[in-house]
Design a protein around this ligand. Structure first.
Ligand SMILES: CC(=O)N[C@H]1[C@@H](OP(=O)(O)OP(=O)(O)OC[C@H]2O[C@@H](n3ccc(=O)[nH]c3=O)[C@H](O)[C@@H]2O)O[C@H](CO)[C@@H](O)[C@@H]1O[C@H](C)C(=O)N[C@@H](C)C(=O)N[C@H](CCC(=O)O)C(=O)O
Ligand SMILES: Nc1ncnc2c1ncn2[C@@H]1O[C@H](COP(=O)(O)OP(=O)(O)OP(=O)(O)O)[C@@H](O)[C@H]1O
Length: 543
């Protein structure tokens, strides 16, 4: 989804001299070619109040950091930034040359070899290291970041903290809710947001840290108090190249530059490798019961279907909490246990946490678009599962409480990791009785060819499954319906009252991007409309 770029600025901004900035970060003033205007005197009297790396949001008093990008060099936007009030530009030697060639000499140009590396620390410096005024929690991993972040925030609020939250769905500063554009904001925006949280009297921060953010240095300049790792499976290989590179990006969070300590779920091989790669103290967490030597273990899980689960989290030192989560599925026990272990690793007293959870009714939070139930007859669940692992687990979580058929409606995103498409088709067939392949966000790709790739995987898996079919058991049905709104409506109309319909892949999202144009589309709205139509039809037939 593309949404307008917005800008948040702390109200009280300190004024810093550009000269101090240059000295602190050992920046060169100008290049050889810009030298006539670029001596040390060029910085005299220049003050900086805030930082921006996108010219469209520059405001008076900004330092504009012009980054080299994949599609453009930020320096090509510097004149626009200066028109809007930028007081100085920080860029790389190539950016300085671009400014020079454009004859842009209105403000001093500060130069460093890799401005992306410096953007976070510079913004932290300008805003007075806001993260150091908060107790900070960072969650990374392929699946479960959003959910775990909400659960951490929930536990912290139950403990009486005014919390801040940053992630895919939204950002929160106490009770103030702000829209999200990225899972992890760009460094300059992130530091401004943290400074705003500090002004709002927020004491804790739970945030998602994506692998893109780690690779693109968005969280440089922040040392989180506790970092958490959920799991790793195939995703984002359009950006990272291969799984090892994707893992390495996430492993950067478990180094002293980014975190003081960590909690790592070790139930998959990547989690175990993360404990070896980490160069900070790391506590291990095993939820699946296979690793009894883990620091934190989860035992005595009692799953109550759609009503969630009860579980016990225990540390080797004897600390123990028995609690519940209302979020369904074994993976949500993992998310809840990770959230709790992270809060306890930050130093919370186990008795306080126990008391807070009893008062709050367990470790739960309404996470928009994550296993969100929007109807009961048929049961309709909207979930953000948009990769192989998540889709397979979401179906497995719904199967035990499905009395009729389990139906899934989903597609795959365009311009992103293409390798996962046939595999998503295959796990859909393995987990559901009826598979409806439709569109997700096609972005710039042809929706029909994306569907064809998903369908190829689904049909191949169906042929295998039908070959091994027990007599009398209906074969799996695989169909293709587009557009997505029609797929949702048709599927709900045709479902039986005992069926469960999982609408997977877009969760909370309210825009669908097709060929660069955003179209309003909210799976929950479409599903509710289809359920209402169904109710009307039933009434008419009954009348
Ligand atoms: C693949 C990726 O992450 N690309 C990011 C990267 O883009 P880029 O290197 O191509 O930059 P560019 O567009 O060439 O622009 C270069 C510079 O010019 C600036 N610019 C650009 C255009 C303009 O009009 N004015 C302007 O000033 C840009 O702000 C940038 O500083 O740097 C840009 C800013 O520095 C980011 O905005 C951009 O994220 C894009 C928007 C994006 O969609 N990223 C997604 C994939 C992402 O980060 N996703 C993860 C979550 C993934 C998940 O778990 O699902 C996230 O954390 O959100
Ligand atoms: N611990 C987990 N293990 C596996 N799958 C999970 C886990 N937690 C959630 N999921 C599945 O993944 C989907 C996305 O969950 P969530 O939004 O919490 O993850 P995320 O890491 O934030 O994803 P993204 O980075 O794509 O926003 C859920 O809707 C659910 O289907």
């Amino acid at each position: 989804m593309t949404s307008p770029i917005d800008r948040l600025r702390p109200t009280a901004s300190a004024h810093h001299s550009a000269q101090d900035l240059a000295t602190t970060f050992e920046l060169t003033v100008g290049t050889g070619r810009t030298a006539p205007d670029a001596g040390p005197g060029a910085l005299a009297g220049v003050e900086i109040w805030s930082v921006a790396s996108d010219n469209r949001v520059v405001a008076d008093g900004d330092l504009f950091v012009a980054l080299p990008g994949a599609s453009a060099h930020g320096a090509t936007f510097a004149s626009g930034a200066i028109d809007r009030g930028a007081r100085a530009v920080l860029t790389d030697p190539r950016g300085a040359l671009l400014l020079d060639e454009a004859g842009e000499r209105r403000v001093p140009v500060l130069v460093t070899d890799d401005p992306r590396n410096l953007l976070g620390p510079v913004a932290a410096w300008v805003y007075g290291a806001p993260a150091e005024h908060l107790t900070t929690f960072a969650v990374t991993g392929t699946n479960g970041k959003t959910t775990t972040t909400y659960l951490i925030d929930h536990v912290l609020r139950a403990l009486g903290w005014k919390g801040g939250l940053i992630g895919t769905v939204e950002m929160r500063s106490g009770d103030r809710v702000l829209p999200s554009r990225l899972t992890t904001p760009e460094a300059a925006d992130l530091q401004a947001l943290l400074a705003t949280m500090r002004e709002d009297g927020v004491g804790t921060l739970a945030m998602e840290v994506s692998s893109h953010a780690l690779s693109l240095h968005r969280v440089d300049g922040i040392v989180f108090d506790v970092a958490g790792f959920t799991n790793l499976s195939q995703d984002h290989l359009d950006f990272h190249g291969d799984l090892q590179e994707y893992f390495d990006a996430k492993a950067a969070l478990f180094t002293p530059e980014h975190a003081r300590r960590g909690v790592v779920v070790v139930d998959d091989a990547w989690g175990r490798r993360m404990t070896e790669a980490a160069t900070i103290p790391v506590a291990t967490l095993s939820v699946a019961g296979e690793r009894t030597d883990a620091d934190w273990t989860v035992t005595d899980v009692v799953a109550d279907g759609a009503a969630g689960s009860a579980f016990t989290l225990r540390h080797r030192d004897g600390r123990e909490i028995r609690t519940t989560t209302a979020l369904p599925g074994g993976f949500n026990v993992a998310n809840a246990a990770l959230a709790l272990a992270m809060v306890l690793e930050a130093g919370a007293d186990v008795r306080d946490v126990r008391a807070a959870l009893e008062a709050a009714g367990g470790v739960s939070a309404a996470v928009p678009g994550r296993m969100e139930v929007v109807g009961t007859s048929p049961r309709v669940v909207v979930d953000f599962a948009h990769n192989t692992d998540a889709l397979s687990l979401a179906l497995a979580a719904l199967r035990p409480t499905t009395e009729g058929r389990l139906v899934v409606v989903f597609g795959a995103t365009g311009d992103r990791d293409k390798g996962k498409r046939p595999r998503m088709g295959a796990v859909a067939v393995e987990g559901a009785d009826v598979v409806v392949v439709t569109d997700d966000d096609p972005h710039g790709e042809d929706p029909a060819s994306i569907r064809a790739e998903v369908l190829a995987g689904a049909l191949a898996a169906r042929d295998v499954a039908d070959g091994a079919h027990a007599p009398g058991v209906p074969a799996r049905t695989v169909t293709e319906v587009a557009p997505r709104a029609a797929a949702i409506r048709d599927t709900i109309r045709e479902a039986g009252p005992q069926d469960t319909v999982l609408i997977a892949g877009r969760g909370h999202e309210v825009w669908q991007e097709i060929a660069g144009v955003d179209h309003a589309l909210d799976d929950r709205v479409e599903a509710r409309a289809a359920l209402a139509e169904r109710d009307e039809t039933t009434k008419e037939h009954g009348a």
